[in-house]
Write a protein that binds this ligand. Structure first.
Ligand SMILES: [Fe+2]
Ligand SMILES: [Fe+2]
Length: 282
């Protein structure tokens, strides 16, 4: 059985192909009978089906997948059986993987039928399988996974201790580096979600400016594809495996025209990165 979490990845050619999936938002009940899930068109069934279809589609591509990173909001309601299901699906791939928490992994939103800002937020303990301050070493890269979630809150935080930890890892290893966290560290120009990004992003960027070998940051949370550049770092935002938010809207809005998606990152031996988003085939 595959050991969890992935902490070292080595490949024949040294290049690492990372599959990022994010914002699965699965809820109970978990459908174990494929027919039941297949015919049920509730939001719960749609998100579960979409997550499993994304895994199947991504891994049926000709590209070798060396690592799966799951960047938070695995669930919509914190229930152990939902995590059990997600981990079973990921274990069955036989590919090393690692998961970090998003806001929904530590906070239940009650009254989800109400407008976003009127919902009741209930703090929940994170599932012990979700990682914080976790390092994955590869032949030519160092991957740093951070938990940016705050219990009972939608917004995120990278604490001073987190930044100290990042700096220590970057000082100790000269390989090109990637940071993965749930909340975005650079605004996506959508007011409502930018109010819920990493709170102390300015300090984060100030402290990390010293490290030229920090090449890539990936996050979820925004449910949309974006690419931005800051201080020589390429910052990727990735669509949800289920539903998308409308880009550049100041008020909460779904993007009903955008399909579920996932991101590939090809981490080359020389520190270069190729990355793109794929959408679920309809
Ligand atoms: Fe999300
Ligand atoms: Fe989120």
């Amino acid at each position: 059985m595959l050991s969890y979490p992935a902490s070292a990845v080595s490949t024949p050619d040294g290049q690492v192909n990372v599959l990022q999936i994010t914002d699965l938002h699965l809820s109970p009940p978990v459908f174990t009978d494929k027919n039941t899930g297949g015919k049920n068109d509730s939001a719960v069934a749609i998100c579960q089906r979409s997550f499993e279809a994304i895994i199947k589609q991504a891994l049926s591509e000709e590209r070798r997948c060396d690592l799966i990173l799951v960047t938070g909001d695995l669930v919509n309601q914190v229930q152990v059986e939902v995590y059990d299901h997600i981990f079973e699906v990921l274990q069955a791939t036989g590919i090393p993987f690692a998961c970090i928490a998003g806001n929904h992994d530590v906070t239940d939103e009650n009254n989800s039928e109400l407008p976003f800002f009127q919902r009741e937020l209930v703090a929940r303990p994170a599932d012990t399988r979700l990682l914080n301050r976790h390092v994955i070493e590869t032949d030519h890269w160092q991957l740093l996974l951070l938990d940016s979630s705050m219990t009972g809150k939608v917004e995120g935080e990278v604490t001073t201790a987190d930044i100290d930890w990042l700096c220590e890892q970057l000082e100790a290893c000269a390989k090109p580096a990637l940071i993965a966290l749930h909340h975005h560290v650079i605004p996506v120009d959508s007011d409502w979600i930018d109010q819920h990004m990493v709170e102390n992003a300015d300090i984060f960027w100030q402290r990390l400016a010293a490290f030229e070998h920090l090449k890539v940051i990936i996050s979820g949370h925004t449910h949309q594809e974006q690419v931005r550049h800051r201080q020589g770092v390429t910052v990727y935002s990735t669509p949800s495996t289920c539903y998308q938010f409308k880009p550049f809207e100041d008020d909460f809005a779904y993007d009903k025209s955008a399909l579920p998606g996932y991101r590939w990152l090809q981490l080359a031996n020389n520190g270069e990165v190729a990355s793109w988003v794929e959408r679920l085939d309809t």
